[in-house]
Design a protein around this ligand. Sequence first.
Ligand code: BGC
Length: 348
Amino acid sequence: MLQTQQVNTPNDTISKITLSNGNETSIVVSNLGATLLNFKTPDKNGKLQDIVLGFDTVEEYFRNTDTYFGATIGRIANRTETASFSLDGETFQIDKNEGENNLHSGPNGYQIRIWEVESLDESSNQVTFKLDSSDGDQGYPGNLTLKITYRLTDDNQVTITYQALSDKNTPLSPTNHSYFNLNGHASGSIENHLLQLNASAFTPIKDSTSIPTGQIADVEGTPFDFRKPKTIGQDIDQPFEQLQFAGGYDHNLVLDNPNLQTAFATVIGDKSGIRLEAFTDLPGVQFYTGNFLNNHPGKAQASYGKRHGFCLETQFFPNAINVPNFPSPVLKANTPATYQTIYKVSIH
Ligand code: BGC
């Protein structure tokens, strides 16, 4: 079922769209930032839990631009070293918003854009948002049209489909920045959640700037080995330099076999029994454990502290546009591309 609500803010009218299915699962998405606002599903006791962090009002999404709760990030998610890159013999400069580097494409990112509601499709329970990002927008080349479709299926899959077309070669690595807490958004630390992740390698970072060294390192024998299930917290405070740089996990893992049929990650909420499975056809995932959350006021008077949510941000690797041995994030001119990420919930 699909319902639309219009919210008037001083300058704009924002849409909130609810998609629900017959299993009491529902999501609310907005054309402000093509953001996932709510994701509700019953826990093992049949009690509805909202499993994503966020705000009650759209104004707060405009104001709080450092957490990126539920937002779509583009054109490039994650870090770009020196906030510059070369493409086809030309150098491009984007905003320096994290020291000398760029994070999430800067303050004028896609997370605060008002996307067009291009289509609402009741029969497939989906909504498509569209953004036209002109040549030079944020400093990137090419007129880019990006469409994002959110769909909720009857078997509790939230599919996020990115469709992109540019008239010039341009880097593109969009992500969804949802913070999950499978015990419910306001239920504290995620460190006792159980995680299994099919990644045999990760991209180590140079220091606390979180810029990758360019190496692809084996997870074997490190806290980054989640190939067999373990709690998120089991090794998070180990005296391991990579973790100390970021105050926990905030690293790109290299997916063994990115595809839409086999989950790359399975996470279980220890109190709720809610299981999240994630699928993608993108090569990497930033596993971020909310290390920088600092008692952030959230939905329903919640206060989100350090490690109260985790993100599985599917993407090309951080700084890939500057690292030749990482898979290329370049979207070729006049060549449509489609990427997909799926978050599926069930009871463990
Ligand atoms: C980054 C974190 C950052 C968070 C919110 C994540 O994608 O890797 O370092 O704190 O986004 O901006």
